[in-house]
Ligand binder design. Sequence first.
Ligand SMILES: [Zn+2]
Ligand SMILES: [Zn+2]
Length: 283
Amino acid sequence: MRIDYHMHFEYGSYDVDWVQGFFDHAGKRGIDEIGISEHTHGFIEFKDLYYDELVLNETVVGQFQRKWLTKNKFRYSLKDYLQFMKLLKEKGYAVKTGIEVCNFQNQERVKAILAEYQFDYVIGSIHFLKGWGYDFADIKFVWDQYKLQDMYEWYTAEVEALCAAGVYDILGHPFNIRLFKNFPEFDVQPYLERVAAAVSQAGMAIDINTGTLYRYPVQEISPYPDFMKTARRYDLPIILSSDAHRPEDCGRHIDMAIEYAKGFGYDELLVFTNRKAVAHKIT
Ligand SMILES: [Zn+2]
Ligand SMILES: [Zn+2]
């Protein structure tokens, strides 16, 4: 079984013409099943959470993020999305309905929003540290304003809070904080252990994501090898993904992700249906 469980339709719209390309590329790359994981910032239900929790003041970061929130965000309701996914399934597409939720502080609110809808799986991803979107190239100067070890501490604490919320099936792209090549010189192993322990305790899986390989300067699969070794030791299950935002990226480098996972001793991945996971051999 070969899957790609983390991708976004958001550069287009919910129509079969746009999404067909994703399925075409999945087919060409031998992917048996894809899963869509729309960002929560695509949905009106989550709008208040972003306005409550992001830095939106008069600083450069605040101004950038304010503008970001007005670009192509909150266009649909969750109902629109789920209806479209139901239509695709009815048409016979091999597809699962996921969602990628940002690391909000108000997990109770997230829980209440999600409780009304049936997803196949829910990904929780750390995208913000203290209200700052650390993967935005336009405001990456913030990386130089803090000690990297403090950022690792914040990142780890965010993972711990997210896992403890009991809302998520999968941790998205673990340790993608390496994306702009801010590499630590201190001992990171305690952070890797804490993240692996939190994921394990929550019964979650990790997302082996090639997006950081072809979309960011670091050009490596997430999670990076040191966390893969730790994850394997904790026996954390995996999914594979491309983090595609465009049809032609669906399934991109999944063959590499498979070799990568196998290199750490993985021979199974998880397939999700209605929040239930079943392990399948990676082929
Ligand atoms: Zn993400
Ligand atoms: Zn994503």
